[in-house]
Design a protein around this ligand. Sequence first.
Ligand code: ZN
Length: 276
Amino acid sequence: MPDPALLSINQLTTFEQWSLDQAIDGYARHGVPAIAVWREKLHEMGVAQAARKLKDAGMAVSGLCVCRVPVTTDAAVRREGLDDNRRQIDEAAAIGARCLVAVPVGMVDAAGMTIEDARARGLEAMAELLPHARGAGVVLGLEPLHPMMCATRSVLSSLEQANDWYEALGGGPELGITLDVYHVWWDPNLAREMRRAKGRIAVFHINDWLPDTSDTRVDRGMMGDGVIDIPSIRRMVEETGYTGHNEVEILSARTWWKRDPDEVVRIIKERYQTAV
Ligand code: ZN
């Protein structure tokens, strides 16, 4: 069984029901020791106010989501994107987030480019952000997304590719990998790439892949309701030396965003003991 002190809930899980203010209160009420923050909700509340409230609640912040790293060659768009990424790094530092989840955007934001070009520009943009992250004391956690999302969300599509980028960028304390079971469970090279990821995991995301999924982005399952062998992947993550949070991240327009949020948190705590 995973350590109850390492449970974190990404507020996307109660995205439709709770503001950040309400999520901090709600998770604290159920004894959940950590939260991951979604940027739009953070802006709604105000960074300074959120930082104060998180501190007063004694709640750890396992991550801030999500830093969309530009892959374009359009100089103005790229500059604007990187400036915004740097502001977000500062926001992550302000709320004491252990990781800023970083995703090089998808092909929809790479008009006229080949996928190889988009990936190369994404890697360059990451290299440009690292000095700022180092200065702010923030870890950029590169998150590979399932290849089904390559067009819309991210050109970083596997743990192998994330490991390649980690090495190309030279590693360092300000760089890590966000490992989400949803995005990597299918990968026949997972065990091999996890061995390669020793000391690299910045944060671990848990949820499940529903066999009858109706939307690859916002129809994720509760742990135990799908096909992912979460305990095996958690053990692999722990074998990399990772001792951070097990962060529940369930985007679910069909089910969990419609349920009473207190009920959602209660069920997460149960499944954390039986399916993680
Ligand atoms: Zn994730």
